[in-house]
Design a protein around this ligand. Sequence first.
Ligand code: FA5
Length: 356
Amino acid sequence: MSSSFFGTLVVALNDYLTQLDDLVQQARCAFAEAHTAEQLEAARIEYLGAKNGRLKVAQKGLGSVDKADKPAAGKQFNETKVAVEAAFEEAKSGLAGEAASADDGAFDPTEPGSRLVRGRLHPITQTIADLKDIMGRLGFSVAEGPEIEDEWHNFEALNISESHPARDPLENFYLATAEANGAAVEHESPLLLRSQTSTVQIRVMEQTQPPVRIISLGRVYRPDTADPTHYPMFHQVEGLMVDRDVSMADLKSVLRLFARSYLGEDVHVRFRPSFFPFTEPSVEVDMSRHDADGEWIEFGGAGMVDPHVLRSVGYDPEEFTGFAFGLGVERLCARRHRINDIREFYKNDIRFLHQF
Ligand code: FA5
């Protein structure tokens, strides 16, 4: 019987099996020696190629095995096929692992760099910086005050009497300040989260002699229900100017200049008579809406500092006069950026915040 593999008409079973064994050995060597993807692909085509791969040829050689030996030869062929394919898969995953670990340490200077996402300042923080800048150019310096206040600075020194509705505990965030045996107890002098930045007017006047020209920006707190123009925590910008001969005309000029610098030349400012216990006369400050002609939004309150307030901090109201104003920062920022709902500032939606 001829022993030439798969080329003769009838092949002895032993020869066939031996040659299948050789095929497995050679395939294993060829796959193991492939060090690149190209070499492995060439070996795959040689052994597993669908048309003329050596496994395919061996399969065809089955037809040359004697009929009685066919079951044994077929079984061996299937095992050979599994072994060759397994050797290929093993070599393939070995190469992939090597490539991955080579990548780990490699630095390719020709690759484009990865883009770093830069953080931004919150729009309200940006607004505060802009407002400081504008008012700084008008000669106002920045004053700070605490967010936790006593009733003197939040109410009494501002001429807000004990019976005034603004002092209602339900209109304010009072603190239970001390702990006694783990239980909160009332403080002798109640403290609260300040409800307006007007507190800083008092603190500044207590410590400084006229002339005074300051602004103060910061958080204030009121138990208001959130809606498009209200939030329980918001920011105010407070302005105070005290000197000889300061008049209502100065107040209106400063607020108009301020509004035009921050919101643009086309903004209209309107003053409506109003009442605040710490200013006399008092006005509400409205500005035209950005999106509806002839409609107004209230931005804050203002007025001439009440002589009672000047006296309570030791100023002589016969010698000095002053104006004060307090505006809502969220509303200013919203007006400038054409936002219709100030709640957007506090949703922490990165898609919204990234636009500023
Ligand atoms: C005051 O707070 C006075 N202290 C303003 C003032 C200062 C008057 C100095 C005179 C002299 P009012 O309560 O109106 O006033 O608030 C001022 C502005 O704060 C409002 O016009 C509005 O723009 C803003 N504001 C008030 N409540 C909220 C709130 N819950 N959410 C967002 N903004 C608010």
